[in-house]
Design a protein around this ligand. Structure first.
Ligand code: PLP
Length: 289
């Protein structure tokens, strides 16, 4: 067993001076680290299937964008890329036999210090078969208007920050309501995203998702889904759509790294028909990326 694998990116100021393999069972992050005390940092989760990290460049680009939005030092993508590939290589046969996740974390570092903290953590992703078979979803009001990214950029909508306590609270609220997952809705009724997923709806024969300009994270899995749909001649569109439209959709999926796509089988307690045959074919192609 080599998993989990932990590689710490040792920083001097904003530059990485070494990438060190460390024991993930031992403490590696200080109690004054702003990532721990304030959730002040960014992260990425990358799916690994058959030893291949999926959408690696898109994840690295998003790490850079999130860091920019938080005024963190710009991550050196070459250093992060090689740390990711080294982590997967250390995982060896486990990376070939099971699906893994690679988590990248970059925090503002120790309070009063001048260097960020960064690491790459490779671990077994667990079993997604239940979610891939179908999930019950509830809509929850996010409490922000759909123009929040423009009016209030300090709210960091669209950045993948470590401040996911709200996202986790929303998932607990879903569980209290007997559901598996959440679709956040803006205060003006626009479908946003899940707490850790992108919403894709099939509306009048067109695959539709919410544009990132409305303060949702730009999804790498949704991008792969759209590329696959377009390659098969299907129409795709980025546009704002309402909860009423979502309720009338012929199929809805939540897309995310690792889980890939989870078909929504019920929305706020009402069954959705969906398209199980196309879901399983698309899932196969996404896993084969
Ligand atoms: N939206 C949010 C808020 C997320 O946390 C995630 C998952 O990381 C996504 C969307 C989906 O992004 P991706 O498909 O790149 O994992």
């Amino acid at each position: 067993m080599t998993l989990p694998v932990l590689l710490m990116l040792v920083h001097d100021g904003s530059s990485v001076t070494a990438v060190e393999e460390r024991d993930p069972a031992l403490p590696q992050v200080g109690v004054l680290d702003l990532g721990v005390t304030r959730g002040d940092g960014v992260f990425e989760s990358i799916g690994v299937v058959g030893g291949r990290p999926q959408a690696l460049e898109a994840h690295l680009a998003r790490l850079v964008r999130s860091a920019e939005l938080l005024d963190l030092p710009r991550p050196d993508v070459d250093v992060w890329r090689s740390a990711i590939l080294r982590g997967i290589e250390i995982a060896g046969s486990e990376a070939l036999e099971s699906e893994l996740l690679v988590k990248l974390v970059l925090t503002r570092g120790l309070e009063g210090g001048s260097a960020p903290t960064g690491w790459v953590h490779v671990f077994d992703s667990g079993d997604y078969s239940g979610d891939r078979a179908g999930i019950a979803v509830v809509t929850l009001d996010r409490g922000y208007r759909s123009d929040v990214a423009v009016t209030s950029p300090w709210l960091l909508q669209g950045a993948k920050t470590l401040s996911y306590a709200v996202n986790k609270a929303a998932l607990r609220e879903a569980a209290r309501r007997g559901a598996d997952d959440v679709v956040f809705v803006s205060s003006d009724g626009i479908v946003l995203e899940g707490p850790n997923s992108t919403v894709i709806a099939l509306l009048d024969g067109v695959y539709v998702t919410t544009p990132p300009s409305l303060g949702v994270l730009e999804g790498t899995t949704q991008a792969a889904f759209f590329a696959d749909a377009e390659a098969r001649g299907a129409a795709v569109e980025y546009r704002a759509f309402t909860v009423e439209e979502l309720r009338r959709a012929s199929a809805v999926w939540l897309a995310s790294s690792g889980r890939q796509i989870a078909p929504v089988v019920s929305l706020d307690g009402v069954e959705l028909s969906g398209d199980p045959a196309s879901t399983s074919e698309t899932l196969k192609r996404l896993l084969a990326r």
